[in-house]
Design a protein. Structure first.
Length: 307
């Protein structure tokens, strides 16, 4: 009697630009013939998972990611008067729709769930019906950057506020084996923030330097150094994102228990909008997935033996 293959569910975490690593993971899964029977994604994980589930090939997705530069990112920024968010989000929604098309959840090639948060009730919302573009747009609605999405009586914002690593969601979808891709690790968040906060001492004004350059020139250079040093300290935006990262790191830890295996690419020095670093980020996702392949195949074999 032929053994029944276990259903594999992929949980894709939040992580802003770090989420491009999800592409590298999926690339390896396809190369190694590791099945993906369902996907649950939060924020950037919902965007990658939703586009992939809608039918776009991973090669085409990678090409789009590699073509991203600062000019393209700026084109997606339709600045708004800062009432609920800095941007209107309309151009982002149009971009998502361009990639997904006017597809609904019923049109996906594999089951997909996008995770959002209801800002009114404070509860998690698993989006599984209707327009995929709207669901992704809701899941990526980072507070203060993209405005919430209204749905019935709900006001939907970034799913990472409640569930940055939706392992439990994909388990409820019916997955026998849950593989999580966690980009919200303590090490990567700490390293990224530390690198942005690095400063260097300008040193003391010493007598020899004054003799050599003259007092006015030394004072001027020290003033410039002081300003540069202050500019190297974290900005308000960095501090807000850092706070969100710390919260999501803690929340992710509570979701690991629902996974059979966690792939955690260590992505340092990548900030919120660093999508132009896609080549390196994808490579790091691939490396992490390749290291996990033997363990994944072993888990699948063991699950087959239990049937």
């Amino acid at each position: 009697m032929k053994q029944k293959r276990p259903k594999v569910g992929l949980a894709l975490s939040s992580g802003a630009a770090r989420g491009v690593a999800h592409l590298g993971v999926i690339k390896v899964f396809e190369k190694e013939n590791i099945p993906i029977d369902m996907i649950a994604g939060t924020s950037i994980g919902a965007m990658v998972g939703g586009i992939y589930a809608s039918g776009m090939g991973i090669e085409e997705m990678e090409k789009i990611a590699l073509d991203v530069n600062w000019k393209q990112l700026l084109r997606l920024t339709d600045l708004a008067l800062p009432t609920t968010a800095l941007t209107n989000g309309q151009k982002v929604e149009e971009f998502i729709n361009l990639l997904v098309g006017n597809k609904t959840f019923d049109d996906t090639r594999i089951p997909f769930t996008a995770v959002a948060t209801d800002a009114v009730s404070g509860k998690e919302v698993a989006l599984t019906k209707g327009c995929i573009t709207n669901a992704i747009r809701a899941s990526i609605s980072t507070p203060a950057i993209l405005p919430p999405v209204k749905k019935d009586s709900k006001l939907l914002i970034d799913g990472g506020v409640i569930n940055p690593l939706p392992t439990d969601v994909v388990r409820k979808m019916g997955a026998d084996v849950v593989i999580a891709v966690n980009l919200m690790t303590e090490a990567s968040v700490k390293n990224r923030f530390s690198s942005s906060a690095k400063t260097s001492d300008g040193g003391e004004i010493i007598t020899e330097e004054i003799k050599k350059k003259g007092f006015p020139e030394v004072v001027r250079s020290r003033m410039i150094s002081s300003v540069k040093k202050k500019l190297r300290f974290p900005t308000v935006f960095q501090l807000v994102m850092r706070s969100a990262d710390l919260m999501q790191v803690e929340l992710s830890q509570t979701k690991i228990q629902f996974a059979d295996l966690v792939i955690a690419p260590q992505i340092d020095d990548v900030s919120f909008f660093d999508f132009y670093k896609a080549k390196n980020i994808i490579m790091l996702g691939e490396r992490a997935a390749e290291r996990a392949v033997p363990d994944i195949k072993k888990i699948l074999e063991e699950q087959c033996g239990k049937e």
